[in-house]
Design a protein around this ligand. Sequence first.
Ligand SMILES: NC(=O)c1ccc[n+]([C@@H]2O[C@H](COP(=O)([O-])OP(=O)(O)OC[C@H]3O[C@@H](n4cnc5c(N)ncnc54)[C@H](O)[C@@H]3O)[C@@H](O)[C@H]2O)c1
Length: 234
Amino acid sequence: MPKTAIVTGAASGMGRATATQLVKEGWDVLALDRVATEFEAHGETVRTTAVDVTRRDDVRDAVAAHVAASGNSVSLVANVAGIYPPSNLADFTEDLYRKVFDVNVLGVLNVTAEAVAHMESGGAVVNFASVDAFTVSPGQLLYGASKAAVVMLTKELALELAPRGIRVNAIAPGWVNTPGNEATGRMAAAAASIPLGRVAQPEEIARWVSILGSPDARFMTGETIVLSGGNVLR
Ligand SMILES: NC(=O)c1ccc[n+]([C@@H]2O[C@H](COP(=O)([O-])OP(=O)(O)OC[C@H]3O[C@@H](n4cnc5c(N)ncnc54)[C@H](O)[C@@H]3O)[C@@H](O)[C@H]2O)c1
């Protein structure tokens, strides 16, 4: 029986690429997104279930329903859903603060809590942080802070879940060829400043979700891997 993976933010960008990668590898994928949509992945139709990750009851219901229907436990969670509106001290609002932290931080906690309730030893969680957790991007005040929180909660959760044999790691992408970045019109200029000379493709970031979820990474937990083509070096 295929193992079950949960992917959030699966309707677009790296979430979609992650769901596609996992389907290719034979996983049973529960694809969650605020938006209900469907797309083709290696001959399969992936349908996203409309769930807002900030609503814990809805996350709980969707995960429990899938587990009951599949008869599987959950082996892998990819917390990809995130929002990145610009903000700075002069223009931030309390509402924007809540939105950014609710989706990027509370969303990770909600999905992880409800997924690990159905997870056995050997399971893995992969969170999406950002290079903005480590370096300052102008105009990304709330986003950078929220992704720094993801890096830290990845460490805390790693410690808390280690006794159950569940690993928690994160990925911090730099520039990726996603619809959101495409819309900025700044990708070509960004590529010129990246030591490896290009932005990443969503598929090569998604591959790292599989690697971190695989037995090859069985001794790694609490880490955040920077994938920036050398643009951000720690
Ligand atoms: N694009 C980049 O270059 C880049 C760089 C570093 C980090 N990241 C992070 O990687 C992740 C994916 O980025 P992307 O550019 O592929 O994203 P994207 O904007 O293409 O897709 C994000 C998806 O998340 C969904 N989503 C948003 N809020 C949600 C909610 N409350 N509940 C459920 N789903 C919700 C959206 O509907 C969308 O389908 C994000 O966490 C982002 O912060 C992106």
